[in-house]
Design a protein. Structure first.
Length: 92
């Protein structure tokens, strides 16, 4: 099984009102020294079997056209091909 993680974030020159609002809230809630906050999104795609070069290329293409807006967003694709079926979730 392969796990593909696509992280999408606004390009540095694009204004991020949600990140700015969170930055202000963090300060009001007592977290001092927050220089910047940027928001983004993450897609986790689990695929059966091993990935070949054609599938890797297709994932890169889809990350750049479907999962992100190339005009205002950057993305990174990370592939882990030895993923087991167990997952861990963050605690509240």
């Amino acid at each position: 099984m392969a796990r593909v993680v696509v992280d999408v974030s606004l390009k540095p020159e694009i204004l991020d009102p949600q990140g700015r609002a969170v930055q202000g809230a963090l300060g009001r809630l007592g977290l001092e020294g927050v220089a910047d906050v940027r928001q983004g999104k993450q897609f986790v795609i689990e695929l059966e079997g091993e990935l070949d070069q054609e599938q890797r290329a297709k994932l890169e293409e889809l990350a750049g056209s479907l999962l992100s807006n190339p005009v205002i967003e950057d993305y990174t694709v990370s592939i882990n091909e030895s993923t087991d079926s167990g997952s861990t979730a963050g605690a509240n």
